[in-house]
Design a protein around this ligand. Structure first.
Ligand code: UD1
Ligand code: CA
Length: 452
């Protein structure tokens, strides 16, 4: 029989009231995307794995944007009208947590890559045998810079206090364990401690970090610096994007995809890759891409909102836009753009085409340079191509139009009317031939030039 008590409920508080001035942006800092998704939503997705009873995002400047982004996720917001410090920010969430008696996990909206496992470890540490009142998350960056320093009892994980850089003595500044800012505590203790905070310090702020000394200590957990990297500038945003991509590439390979040059492949937060997928260099996955087993994506292809079935081939230099569906063993070659279109099993569009708002039957062959003319400047129309049809090169299919199964369209045709199954459609200027004309023309022109 297990004697372990059930884990207490968890509330997550995310601090996001800071202005983010250094981003120089009209978009709130925590909404800048990483792998195509706002950084705050990465963090909330990780936090959601803890099944929190409540999630409260503390907002300030630009709060309308943040409120709109988190409302669909069922997170609440609390307004911090003035940024009086991290401790003051957490107090703003108290009202939302009225009656809540569980653990509280404090996260920063601009520290987006903290893993669910780390969050879980912090909560578990809180309930270890020695039951520390607070758990803080520390890290050792290459350059400790202006981070708050976590002062531990030597040789233990017992935190005595956290000292802000501005307030630290030279000896304290020489400490290398830095405060990520993340914290776990029991909710009731936390809010009682927060009421005792003062702001008599170098910044004149209510420091969340002071609850450690007020509580009589804390336990520290240490993580890799990359996991708690914060975003304050565009350069740091790019750095966090880079480390997210690095982790995702490693995951893709561990899951059975071959990335020929991993550092040149860019994933989105929701990219799904099967096994035995080969991804050549310089491929970009925008949001909403699902790739089945055994697909090859050749170099320099860009995919977004696309579904690619088993054994299909894409690129090199292909562009799959939202709504592109390639069925098994379909092929989309170089300089082919596919949008809102299905290519049936084994269908091919190998060269220089635009296939938009179309349905292409199994095994159909779309010749080089074929364009589905889907737009008249006002409305979009569909092109339907039956299975096994053959569309000759450089054809313009003026939608709405249907090419029947097994039909052949002569190269260079402009097709404006339905082509029946198994018909041949020729819609181009007729070839005229004048035997010997070219030779006579050359002789006459030469004589004229020579003045004869
Ligand atoms: C804080 C920590 C410091 C730690 C550092 C890590 C305190 C007192 N200091 O520094 O020990 O090394 O984070 O980056 O906690 N925020 C609000 N309201 C406020 C103030 C801040 O919501 O009134 C939010 C910010 O939007 C940000 C986070 O809290 O997401 C941290 O604020 P920031 O000013 O960057 O942290 P520091 O106080 O410098
Ligand atoms: Ca900061």
């Amino acid at each position: 029989m297990s004697i372990a008590a059930a884990a207490p409920p968890v509330a997550v508080i995310v601090l996001a009231a800071g202005k983010g001035t250094r981003m120089k942006s009209d978009l709130h800092k925590v909404l800048h995307p990483i792998a195509g998704r706002p950084m705050l939503l990465h963090l909330l997705a990780s936090a959601a794995t803890l099944a929190p009873a409540k999630t409260v995002v503390v907002v300030g400047a630009g709060r309308e944007q943040v409120e709109a982004a988190v409302a669909p996720l069922g997170a609440e917001t609390a307004h911090q009208a003035e940024q009086l410090g991290t401790g003051h920010a957490v107090i703003q969430a108290e009202e939302s947590l009225t009656g809540f008696a569980g653990d509280v996990l404090i996260l920063y909206g601009d520290v987006p890559l903290v893993s669910a496992a780390t969050m879980q470890a912090m909560l578990e540490r809180l309930h270890a045998a020695d039951a520390p009142p607070v758990v803080v998350l520390g890290f050792r960056p290459a350059d400790p810079g202006a981070y708050g320093r976590v002062i531990v009892t030597p040789g233990t994980d017992r935190v005595e206090r956290i000292v802000e850089f501005k307030d630290a003595s030279p000896a304290e500044r020489a400490e290398t364990l830095c405060n990520s800012g993340l914290m776990a505590a029991r909710g009731r203790d936390l809010f009682a401690l927060l009421k005792r905070l003062g702001n008599d310090n170098a910044a004149g702020e209510y420091y969340l970090t002071d609850v450690v000394a007020l509580a009589g200590g804390a336990a520290a957990i240490e993580v890799d610096a990359a996991e708690v990297a914060g975003v304050n500038s565009r350069a740091e945003l790019a750095g966090v994007e880079a480390s997210w991509q690095q982790v995702r590439r490693a995951q893709a390979m561990a899951d059975g995809a071959s990335l020929v040059a991993p550092e040149t492949v860019w994933f989105s937060h929701d990219t799904v890759l099967g096994r035995d997928v080969i991804v050549e260099p310089n491929v970009v996955f925008g949001p909403g891409v699902t790739v089945a087993d055994g697909v090859t994506i050749h170099a320099f292809s860009h995919l977004e909102g696309a579904t690619v079935a088993t054994g299909a081939e894409v690129g090199p230099y292909a562009r799959l836009r939202p709504g592109a569906v390639l069925e098994a063993k379909a092929k989309v070659g170089n300089f082919v753009e596919v949008k809102k279109a299905r290519l049936g099993a084994g269908a091919k569009a190998n060269h220089l085409s635009y296939i938009g708002d179309a349905d292409v039957g199994a095994r159909a062959n779309i010749g080089a340079g074929t364009i589905t003319c889907n737009y008249d400047g006002f409305f979009k129309y569909r092109t339907v191509i039956g299975q096994g049809a053959f569309v000759g090169s450089n054809s313009a299919l003026v939608a709405p139009v249907t090419i029947g199964a097994g039909a052949i369209v002569g190269a260079g045709s402009v097709v404006v009317r339905e082509v029946a199954d198994d018909s041949l459609a020729l819609a181009r200027g007729r070839q005229e031939e004048r035997p010997g004309w070219a030779a006579r023309f050359r002789a006459a022109m030469k004589a004229k030039k020579d003045g004869k």
